[in-house]
Design a protein around this ligand. Structure first.
Ligand SMILES: [Fe+2]
Length: 182
């Protein structure tokens, strides 16, 4: 059922790109050059289809070359909405008490997990040290992870994630105060 949805979404993307005519493929796909054998027509169609997929789902190189953050954590824009990880956790815990940290990608919209566009890992850093890491897979996972944690002293948490097209994104710092138990 979900695969059907994925396929439908992908075809929708292809149709949009063809309709826009951005690659001029509509004519080529609809009317292949005359004189081609059925096998050559099939190969041409597959080649054009691959070209179209590359254009529709292309890596954003600028985002790929750095760790991206929200420019203004109070107002998310563009890719920030579905890529900046969101941390949910208690702001105060007891020393060595078990608590849960939930990380969602992203803050306003959950990022899609389609075969051509997906989150592949989510990580948690505590005071600049990576302490937790999880891989997620399109078709099987949502980009939402929970980690069971303990802290001995107050710490700053930062979540990171990686999108196959839009690179690495980092959350704002989430501070947790640790209260000593008597
Ligand atoms: Fe993305």
């Amino acid at each position: 059922m979900q695969r059907e949805g994925v396929r439908r979404d992908f075809l929708k993307g292809v149709i949009v790109a063809i309709t826009l005519g951005s690659l001029g493929l509509r004519r080529a796909l609809a009317a292949p050059p005359l004189g081609l054998s059925p096998e050559e027509k099939k190969q041409l169609k597959e080649e054009l289809q691959r070209e179209l997929e590359r254009k529709v789902y292309s890596v954003d190189e600028e985002l790929y070359r750095k760790i991206n953050k929200a420019r203004n954590p109070l107002r998310f824009e563009g890719h920030e909405r579905s890529h900046v990880p969101k941390i949910t956790a208690p702001t105060k815990v007891r020393s060595l008490e078990v608590f849960t940290v939930k990380i969602e990608v992203g803050v306003e919209d959950i990022h899609e997990m389609q075969p051509f566009h997906y989150i592949d890992w989510i990580a948690l850093r505590v005071d600049d040290v990576q302490v937790s890491y999880a891989t997620v897979t399109p078709l099987f996972n949502r980009p939402v992870i929970t980690f069971e944690m303990t802290l001995e002293k107050s710490a700053n948490l930062v979540a990171q994630e990686h999108c196959n097209l839009h690179g690495t994104w980092e959350s704002d710092t989430f501070s947790i105060e640790v209260v000593k138990t008597s």
